[in-house]
Design a protein around this ligand. Structure first.
Ligand code: AMP
Length: 215
């Protein structure tokens, strides 16, 4: 199964992708995570992406297309994958179409998560993750059971993303509505689009996505 999760920052793409990885045994390809790793490693791509990401703008299509083209050629993507954060522009969507076409493949389904802007601000400004295992938490919605200790791995090294602040979020939302939201029409035209209410509880959103995928 080749799946795209589409939605604004804070819609729950990453959270849902993690459940789907477990349910379907296919990898999550998060371009945001890949770029953050490149920044941390100080690679050429990381050096080019750092300031753009901190400003909440989009990294160039050429860089992103090259990253994804390389990643989907890896053996673990043979059975499928979940794209989280890619494509983010019409140009990326076209490039993805041609990359897959060249391998005799196509995207099966695009799930658009619908969430109100006010909820996005609240979700993003409170989120943090375990720096060791990546488990996601939130100041209001999901605190660790024992304060300061990760439920999953027991470590105490939590991180907040630099771009999860109200000012950068405004730029990220602008980029979403200007460059990424047109993909909703694009995939509707290709008859791939399904919409899911992303305002529901995390577990209910997962159920709704699974219902779409199993229909
Ligand atoms: P995310 O973790 O998906 O919110 O991505 C964090 C940041 O990485 C974005 O604000 C962009 O600066 C950059 N980024 C991630 N994916 C893409 C993409 N497909 N195209 C352009 N920039 C991206």
């Amino acid at each position: 199964m080749r799946l795209i999760l589409l939605g604004p920052p804070g819609a729950g793409k990453g959270t849902q992708a993690k459940f789907l990885v477990d349910a379907y045994g296919i990898p999550q390809l998060s371009t945001g995570d890949m770029l953050r790793e490149a920044v941390a490693a100080g690679s050429d791509v990381g050096k080019q992406a750092k300031a753009i990401m901190e400003a909440g703008k989009l990294v160039s299509d050429d860089i992103m297309n090259a990253i994804i083209s390389e990643r989907i050629s890896q053996p673990d993507c043979r059975k499928g994958f979940i794209l989280d954060g890619f494509p983010r522009t019409l140009e990326q969507a076209d490039a993805l179409y041609h990359m897959l076409e060249g391998k005799g493949m196509e995207i099966d389904t695009v799930i658009a998560l619908e969430v109100d802007d006010d909820a996005l601000v609240e979700r993003i400004s409170g989120r943090f993750t375990c720096g060791n295992c990546g488990e996601g938490y939130h100041d209001k919605f999901k605190q660790p059971a024992k304060e300061g200790v990760c439920d999953r791995c027991g470590e105490s090294d939590f991180k907040r993303r630099k771009d999860d602040n109200p000012e950068t979020l405004r730029t990220r939302l602008f980029a979403y509505y200007k460059d990424t939201a047109p993909l909703i029409g694009y995939y509707h035209a290709y008859r791939k689009l399904r919409t899911v209410d992303g305002m529901a509880d995390i577990g209910d959103v997962t159920k709704a996505i699974r219902a779409v995928l199993e229909a």
